[in-house]
Design a binder for this molecule. Structure first.
Ligand SMILES: Cc1ncc(COP(=O)(O)O)c(C=O)c1O
Length: 347
């Protein structure tokens, strides 16, 4: 289904009127006397040209585009996908007027950045579905809510969702984009998609104009310390969001980490890691389910498991007050966890 939506209608007025800052081209073969840079390089084991401001290197650009099967002008590199949330809210939400919509329990950064910008937050909570052993995303209730509150400019969907591990189907995502076509933007946060059987909706960006996807290199690519995330959308939407991104925002060392992470051998290692996590998750499920102090272990599409326990966890989220999320670690970490749980049961 095609969702024809004019995204320029959703951009904040001051951002729409903001003249984009045009940074100098990163052409190091030319005489560079335009940027007040230093002409000497600090000594280091690997010369990195850190004396120069760096735009996104063309090789890095094409590696990223190739990885996500998109064009060069269909993404922004952000400092983790968390910063992507901030960039989206800054571009589209008018403080004291527009709102975002989330479904808690979910990733807290949507609330965090909306609060910083004084943007209202609507919550259509997930419901606990014991019979399906999952948290359920309430599609009809969410649709009703969006229709009733037309100041909701950005809808955040997290699939797989942190911390509950449930996913949202492609049909539901497309349906919500269609519903929001004259109202605003739908963001799908796919931080954990590599661990899921569901497919990414990245391939839909040119059919669905009001769709933005967040991806990260912090999880399956093992690059959390480098802070690399991507905002992916059609080129028009990306051009608007680029207006709020500071110039030269992807540092030279970070670009080198991206290049290394996207080498063939690291991609193969990453894929093997994803398989291990999925297998370990199955083992942990059956192990955790055995314990009398664990009430339930929810099905999860992420690299973590949420379990219902008889002691208190997540004190700030009432719906999760008896739940604990654990990351699927290395084989050794998981074995330690199982031993600790067995000992706990013995006490
Ligand atoms: C759902 C979700 N989205 C985004 C992120 C942010 O990832 P990063 O900022 O490291 O890219 C996280 C981190 O845990 C997350 O759980």
């Amino acid at each position: 289904m095609k969702v024809d939506s004019d995204v320029s209608k959703f951009v904040r007025t001051n951002i729409l009127n903001l003249a984009p800052y045009i940074a100098g081209k990163p052409d190091y073969s030319q005489l560079r006397l335009h940027a007040n840079e230093a002409s000497w390089e600090p000594e280091s084991a690997q010369p990195l040209k850190l004396n120069r401001y760096a735009g996104l290197d063309l090789n890095v650009t094409s590696l990223i585009a190739n990885q996500y099967q998109i064009n060069d002008d269909e993404f922004i590199v952000s400092r983790g996908s968390s910063e992507g949330v901030d960039i989206i809210i800054k571009t589209f939400c008018e403080p004291h007027k527009d709102a975002i919509c989330i479904s808690t329990p979910t990733f807290d950064m949507y609330r965090f950045y909306a609060n910083i910008q004084d943007i209202d937050i609507h919550d259509v909570p997930l419901s606990m579905e014991i019979s399906l052993n999952t948290y359920q995303f309430n599609y009809d209730l969410l649709c009703e809510h969006l229709v009733r509150h037309t100041n909701i400019k950005v809808l955040f969907l997290c699939s797989p969702n942190n911390p509950t591990g449930n996913s949202i189907s492609e049909n539901e995502i497309i349906g919500l984009c269609y519903l929001m076509k004259d109202q605003g933007i739908v963001v799908v946060d796919e931080a954990y998609i590599e661990f899921s059987t569901n497919k990414s909706v990245c391939k839909k960006i040119n059919e669905i104009n009001n769709l933005i996807i967040l991806r990260t290199m912090s999880k399956s690519f093992a690059l959390a310390g480098a802070r690399v995330g991507y905002i992916i959308s059609n080129n028009k939407c990306i051009a608007y969001m680029n207006r709020v991104v500071p110039p030269y925002s992807c540092p030279t060392p970070t670009q080198n980490y991206i290049k290394e992470a996207l080498t063939h051998s690291n991609i193969i290692t990453g894929q093997a890691y994803i398989k291990d996590v999925i297998n370990e998750k199955i083992l942990l499920y059956s192990n955790l389910s055995k314990h009398s102090f664990i009430d339930n272990v929810w099905k999860s599409d992420g690299n973590f498991i949420l379990k219902k326990i008889l002691v208190r966890g997540f004190p700030n989220m009432p719906i999760l007050k008896h739940s604990l999320r654990i990351t699927i670690g290395s084989l050794k970490d998981n074995a330690k966890l199982i031993t600790a749980l067995n000992e706990f049961r013995g006490n």
